[in-house]
Design a protein around this ligand. Structure first.
Ligand code: 4AD
Ligand code: MG
Length: 430
């Protein structure tokens, strides 16, 4: 019977065959312990000299890291391992021998590992992070489907720049100029006017010269957009969504969280609602904490965000930022024209901003004046302006950065380990 490691619980006491790679190995004169992986999970195989042929025992003892093989044996319960099962090996059939695998169980430097990302993905820590990333994607679809959202796919090649013109990847589109999408938002607004509640999930690109633990050049974003929703309505969706993601990972990735050493007691507290603080109150809070360098009107840096987040146990919404540091599409607060109706969600423990969102301007004259004020090409945006021209309604939306969310929930220090093949400043390989 050919099965995978994640199915072994149904085969206790039975003989099965599994296609695996050798992750690691320990052996003595009488016994060999093979750490085997097959992509679905990791499991130990025990080869006892007295129970197998001389040839199989010699093969097991001499097997090199990342050699692929079919292993046949009997599944046993094993209360000493986190996985809970192991195999008593009876036969080994080598498929392909690996020699001098570059990533050994010893410590390696980050640059070395990044150069070998195509192989590094096989390690048990990277495996756990990728499983958690997958769970967050899966749970996102489940959440938005269950809340009645329609998935809409905005284009990647675009002629407009929702988040400002300085961080765009430029390319030729035959005879025209085009840019890689930095956000699908404007298209999602059009979709919300057609379908009500929509969400997208796709890659976005920022030609930012940032080299921090939170910045990727190419990252994946989930962007919901909702017709007839105010900022307050949107924040309620956001906290429910993020709490759902955390719970899904707790429920479905216990082994992975354990392997990463993530403190799950901290995650258990991430239930809705989340606290809210205005930008202006956040400035006061920072001054109280001794940050004399920041003035009202300036954007927060990572240390500021971390200091604000440290005042709360859960993610915190910072709302009503100054108009001058936010994009053209955000409307002023009717009660204070200096600030706009927006919110960023800041994750705990220094992981920074995981969501940016706002209400969107739906008044035609206001939108036209903003497009001018920001120096945007009215012709390139004329389709977007049409939305305000033909039966516009109040609407809100947000973008959740997948990699920062994975980093936070999995407890991974740097976003470069939360995406299979990170695109970073000065790194396009592998
Ligand atoms: O705050 P941002 O720039 O917002 C937008 O793009 C809006 N148009 C979204 C919307 O309202 N539909 O980006 C949203 C999120 C950030 O909060 C962050 O999590 C992530 O995207 N993000 C990045 N993640 C990794 N590397 C980068 N360079 C990122 N820039 C933004
Ligand atoms: Mg932002």
């Amino acid at each position: 019977m050919k099965i995978t490691i994640n199915q072994v619980k149904d085969y206790v006491g039975q003989e099965v065959t599994i296609g695996v790679w050798l992750a690691n190995k320990r052996s003595s004169g009488k016994i060999a312990f093979l750490q085997m992986r097959d992509g679905t999970a990791f499991m130990q195989g025990v080869v006892v000299k007295a129970e197998v042929s001389e040839e199989i025992f010699t093969l097991a003892k001499g097997m090199t890291q990342e050699t692929s093989f079919y292993v046949t044996g009997v599944i046993q319960e094993d209360s000493r391992s986190a996985f809970g099962y192991e195999m008593t090996v009876r036969n080994i059939e080598v498929i392909s021998e690996a020699h001098d695998y570059p990533i050994t169980p010893k410590e390696h430097g980050t640059e070395f590992l990044m150069d070998h990302r195509h192989l590094w993905l096989r390690s048990n820590k990277q495996h756990a992070i990728m499983k958690i990333r997958n769970e967050i994607i899966r749970a996102s679809y489940e959440f938005f489907n269950q809340e009645g959202f329609i998935k809409v796919d905005p284009p990647i090649l675009t002629g407009s720049a929702p988040e400002g013109t300085t961080e765009l990847f430029h390319t030729k589109y035959f005879d025209e100029d085009a840019y890689l999408s930095q956000s699908g938002q404007l298209y999602m607004e059009a979709a919300a006017m057609a379908l009500g509640k929509v969400f997208s999930f796709g890659p976005t690109f920022r030609a930012e010269k940032s080299k921090t633990r939170r910045h990727l050049i190419e990252f994946w974003m989930i962007e919901p957009e909702m017709a007839f929703y105010t900022l307050k309505d949107s924040l309620e969706v956001q906290e429910k969504y993020v709490a759902f993601l955390v719970k899904s990972v707790l429920d479905n990735c216990a082994i992975e969280l354990d392997r990463l050493g993530r403190d799950t007691a901290v995650l258990e507290k991430m239930t809705a609602p989340f606290p809210r603080i205005t930008y202006t109150d956040a400035i006061t809070l920072l001054k109280e904490k001794g940050f004399d360098d920041i003035e009202w009107g300036e954007d927060f840096g990572a240390p500021h965000e971390t200091a604000i987040a440290d005042s709360f146990e859960k993610p915190v919404f910072i709302t009503h930022y100054p108009k001058g540091i936010k994009p053209f599409y955000m409307p002023e607060d009717p009660e204070n024209s200096e600030v706009v109706l927006c919110a960023d969600l800041i994750a705990p423990e220094g992981y920074g901003e995981i969501i940016g969102g706002s209400e969107r301007i739906h008044d035609l004259d206001l939108l036209l004046s903003r497009v001018k004020e920001f120096g945007l090409d009215e012709e390139a945006y004329s389709w977007y302006i049409d939305l305000a021209r033909y039966g516009s309604v109040p609407h809100s939306g947000f973008g959740l950065g997948l990699e920062r969310t994975v980093a936070w929930i999995s407890g991974t220090e740097h976003v470069r380990e939360t995406i299979p093949f990170p695109r970073l400043l000065n790194r396009l390989y592998p």
